[in-house]
Design a protein around this ligand. Structure first.
Ligand code: PAF
Length: 303
């Protein structure tokens, strides 16, 4: 039997209502289509952790500025459907534009501060569109769990904060970035790259790996980490390189705790993003006792 394709919020809620009444847990994988192995990893996780799983496919006009690639964005519905079916997705929610944004649509959601830096700096419309559409998807699908990829780390932070602040009873699951064998983070927009541009794009993951290496060696000076990454990206048109707190996306005075090192750059006409996360070990600099200072205290009190 082929997977049902549901086209309106009302029909979607009816489907979920029946699943919930039967005592089944519902997982949601929100996407804009153009699916790749990164999306497949989210779908597999949802299928293995929930009784039923919904894939949503909707190219959301509210998260594109007029000069961006809304018209060009990959639309590969039949291939997406085949991939979802093969993984065991139980329903595809593919709402029409008119059922999502009626003529008089006027209600948008903003997640203050978390949405401001990084991608929010160069795409000021973006997170308002994402938060609004994800809220609408949540309200239609009513999932127990929703799955997002770390490649869009700021998007994950925005959605987690929104879920927390607005009391959505949904677990947000963030899964690791899926990369090609040479390190390039998978993205629907990689399809835009020529083979020469694809080679250039590899600098992004290489530069972030350099930044990660520095942090792993104990570098906590944010300017030095960012400069090292920028140096590796010298041939690209850099949008930003930033080390921020991984949860709040706010700037840090010094690298500590859970850190997100993120970068965005233009390769030809294509804007790509990538990131790495790192958790610094606790140290005296963070206000925690060092392991060796605890040892000394013990030695003194043992006397
Ligand atoms: O990550 C995406 O594909 C989109 O931003 C999302 C979350 C489906 C909202 O349109």
């Amino acid at each position: 039997m082929s997977v049902p394709i549901i086209k309106s919020p009302r029909a979607m809620r009816q489907w979920t209502f029946e699943q919930r009444c039967a005592g089944r847990t519902v997982g949601l994988v929100p996407t804009m289509g153009g699916l790749h192995e990164g999306h497949a990893s989210l779908m597999r996780e949802s299928v293995s952790c929930n009784d039923v799983s919904v894939l949503s496919i909707f190219v959301n006009p509210a998260q594109f500025a007029p000069h961006e690639d809304f018209d060009r964005y990959p639309r590969t519905f039949e291939a997406d459907l085949a991939l979802a079916e093969g993984i065991g997705i139980d329903a595809v929610y593919a709402p029409t534009s008119s059922s999502m944004y009626g003529q008089d649509f006027a209600s948008y959601l903003t997640v203050e501060r978390v949405q401001d830096g990084l991608c929010g700096g160069s795409r000021p419309h973006f997170f308002r569109g994402v938060a609004t559409v994800v809220t609408k998807l949540f309200n239609a699908v009513l999932p127990h769990r929703a799955y997002f990829g770390q490649k869009d780390a700021q998007q994950c932070a925005v959605i987690k904060r929104m879920v927390r602040d607005l009391d959505f009873d949904i677990e947000v699951v963030e899964l690791p970035i899926v990369r090609d064998a040479d390190g390039l983070a998978l993205s629907s927009r990689n399809q835009y790259l020529s083979s020469a541009e694809r080679l250039e794009a590899l600098n992004l993951s290489k530069a972030l790996a350099r930044g990660l290496e520095l942090m792993q060696r104990g570098e906590r000076d944010i300017r030095r980490i960012e400069e090292a990454v920028r140096a590796e990206l010298a041939d690209l048109d850099i949008d930003y390189v930033a080390v921020v707190d991984a949860d709040s996306i706010e700037p840090l005075a010094v690298a500590q705790g859970n850190v997100l090192l993120a970068a965005a750059a233009h390769v030809g006409a294509t804007r790509l993003i990538d990131n790495v996360k790192y958790t610094f070990p606790e140290s005296a600099a963070d206000g925690f006792p060092r392991a060796d200072s605890r040892k000394r205290e013990y030695a003194i009190s043992a006397k």
